[in-house]
Design a binder for this molecule. Structure first.
Ligand code: PLP
Length: 412
């Protein structure tokens, strides 16, 4: 870092400001986490310099013997951690991993049955502004109005009527466990591929805190930077029969040279996930999310579906009279970072939204427990309902005191 400060104080300043922002507030975005110094070291390494198009032992460039080792180690760790036949560590992001799965298994125009975006699905699950909804035909399924859970009967009816080529399970804002066995049955009944987009919850799977989709899915795609606590990036797991198709879809179809520093950082994160301390972490993430959801419910903020089984809770703010956008802004002013989020059947526009999404991956990494979540819930409630700047300042002060007891990236 000294070199960056000497060479480019302007950007060094940005890096330090971001570190202070992370340290000084509550980071409750469900898709974010604090990577370890070891992961950051791999990311900031000279492996970034190497062109390595292709796969270990089959590269288009010379000089790849060293970086090959990083990718081979990473692949072996991924296979061990998830019990998968095959792993591809090269996708630059979660969206790239999903793109590769579509490219490997489908033809343009094919139908894809996936969760509707306003009910928690991701852009890559059939949005009109994304490749998935432009080059493929989306068939969205929803959650039930009464209990806000996936309606597996609706999924099956849609599958039988519309005959999709692929069915996707997984979402960005669904707080409950997904019945992968049921999805597999439905996919088999209609002869569809079954893909799981595990971006949000794969870290919980890695830590044994929730059931794994790997035994059920043809392909499992995910990001590596959420609960999993690795670098920004993507990964694909699949059965042996699909290994070649997936590899070809990632490179050369969708991407060029892999980011070898990121591949190495993924390997570091996977090793961390294999340690017993990570299992404890993953279970604590879930316990904290439950405590946070309960705490918010006690403050009059309703958790969608009544609670959570995972690392995130989706909170309906309707009873408070505050919109998701206003809540996000008020929390930001009190040093609480979270995001507005549509709730199922939301009457508001997506940029306003009736809800917020909160997640516990980062606060758990900094060592907070269920008792702290009670305090976090009360701070969120005070910030959301704050009518004046003095209250916001008070909450910001309390946030500062709480995070000082559990520092992220502690100072040496
Ligand atoms: N899939 C799901 C379910 C996600 O939540 C996300 C990102 O939040 C992605 C895919 C895309 O990941 P990325 O932003 O790395 O492209």
């Amino acid at each position: 870092f000294g070199a960056l400060q000497a060479e480019d104080p302007e950007i060094a300043g940005v890096v330090l400001d971001e570190l202070e922002r992370l340290r000084g507030g509550l980071q409750l975005i469900a898709s974010e986490n604090f990577t370890s110094p070891a992961v950051l070291a791999a990311l900031g390494s000279t492996l970034s310099n190497k062109y390595a198009e292709g796969y270990p032992g089959r590269r288009y460039y010379g000089g790849c013997g060293v970086v090959d080792q990083a990718e081979e180690i990473g692949i072996a760790r991924a296979k061990e951690l998830f019990g998968a036949d095959h792993a591809n560590l090269q996708p630059h992001s979660g969206a790239s991993a999903n793109f590769a799965a579509y490219a490997a298994l489908l033809q343009p125009g094919d139908k894809v049955l996936a969760m509707s975006l306003p009910h928690g699905g991701h852009l890559t699950h059939g949005s009109k502004v994304n490749f998935s909804g432009t080059w493929f035909e989306p068939v969205p399924y929803t959650v039930r109005k009464d209990d806000e859970l996936i309606d597996y009967d609706e999924v099956r009816d849609l599958a039988l009527q519309r005959r999709p080529k692929m069915i996707i399970a997984g979402a960005t804002a669904y707080p409950r466990l997904i019945d992968f066995a049921r999805f597999r049955e439905i996919a088999d009944e209609v002869g569809a591929w079954f893909m799981v987009d595990a971006a949000h919850f794969i870290g919980l799977v890695a830590g044994g805190a929730i059931p794994s989709p790997v035994p059920y899915a043809d392909v499992v795609c995910f990001t590596t930077h959420k609960v999993l606590r690795g670098p920004r990036g993507g990964m694909v797991l699949c059965r042996e029969e699909l290994a070649k198709r997936i590899d070809k879809a990632v490179f050369p179809f969708a991407q060029g040279g892999p980011l070898m520093h990121a591949v190495a950082a993924k390997a570091v994160a996977l090793r961390e996930c294999l340690q017993p301390s990570y299992r404890e972490y993953a279970h604590q993430v879930v316990a904290n999310a439950k405590a946070l959801a309960d705490g918010l419910a006690a403050e009059g903020m309703r958790p969608v579906s009544g609670g959570t089984d995972t690392h995130l809770a989706l909170i309906d703010l309707t009873a408070t009279g505050v919109t998701g956008a206003d809540a996000e802004r008020r929390c930001d002013a009190a040093r609480i970072t979270l995001n507005k989020n549509a709730i199922p059947y939301d009457p508001q526009k997506p940029m306003v939204a009736s809800g917020i999404r909160v997640g516990t991956p980062a606060v758990t990494t900094q060592g907070m427990g269920e008792g702290d979540m009670k305090e976090v819930a009360s701070l969120i409630a005070r910030a959301v309902k704050a009518e004046d700047e003095a209250t916001t300042r008070e909450v910001a002060g309390a946030v500062g005191a709480l995070v000082a007891r559990h520092p992220a990236y502690p100072r040496p």
